[in-house]
Design a protein around this ligand. Sequence first.
Ligand code: ADP
Ligand code: ADP
Length: 236
Amino acid sequence: TERIRLTGVSKRYASAGRGPGALALHDIDLSIAAGEIYGLIGRSGAGKSTLLRTINGLETPTSGQVLVDGVDVHALAPRELRELRHGIGMVFQQFNLWGSRTVYGNIATPLKVAGWKDDAIAARVGELIDFVGLGGKAFARPRHLSGGQKQRVGIARAIASRPSILLADEATSALDPQTTVEIVELLRSVNRELGITIVVVTHEMDVVKRIADRVAILSEGAVVESGEIHQVLAHP
Ligand code: ADP
Ligand code: ADP
């Protein structure tokens, strides 16, 4: 089944001064199946991050349509959009953890906001801490964690409310090569064991080769090539 579908999506940012703003996306068509890991690759400024953010409604396309599980994301009322976002986790290059909160607090907070009861939160957070390999670190604060450990917290937080989609925006770009491999492996487990569809945005070719089933190459806001990873990357 199709989990994410973009049809004719264009995005022009508002102008900062005189003249038109940046055309970040140009007529994007993309289809992402349930259960796959889909890679979006391209240079800095190609539009990867903007594309990713149209999927969870953080950016509104200037034209075109984004469907998530058949639902038109940009036709939703604010309350429905918030609900849709509970089904879409996101991880970031700079982790975006709350520095004053413990590992436990970082993972628990979104569940609390979503209205989970404390005992259900405690059980779920304990399970997640084990799943991401942070056993014994529940009371640690982010400043005492390595980059890889911080991203493990970021991933646990992103999947806490059992989303069907995980969006990863340069999730390994701040990590050294060995840690990158470990986080890629963790994302693969998230996909395989939890059945979560993952969209991976990266400028790192090694990462996309190791993780993605299919890829789209973005350049200046347009998809210049897409398909099975071995086919796309076989071309010069
Ligand atoms: P990538 O993730 O591939 O680096 P982005 O989606 O961040 O690309 O950026 C695509 C284009 O849109 C770039 O020209 C960038 O400068 C521009 N852009 C990104 N975010 C904004 C914004 N909030 N306001 C205006 N222009 C933006
Ligand atoms: P803050 O300092 O902002 O309260 P914390 O990360 O310390 O953030 O804790 C967030 C919430 O989770 C608090 O309500 C705290 O009591 C609770 N909490 C923190 N660690 C645990 C734990 N290991 N088991 C159960 N509850 C915890």
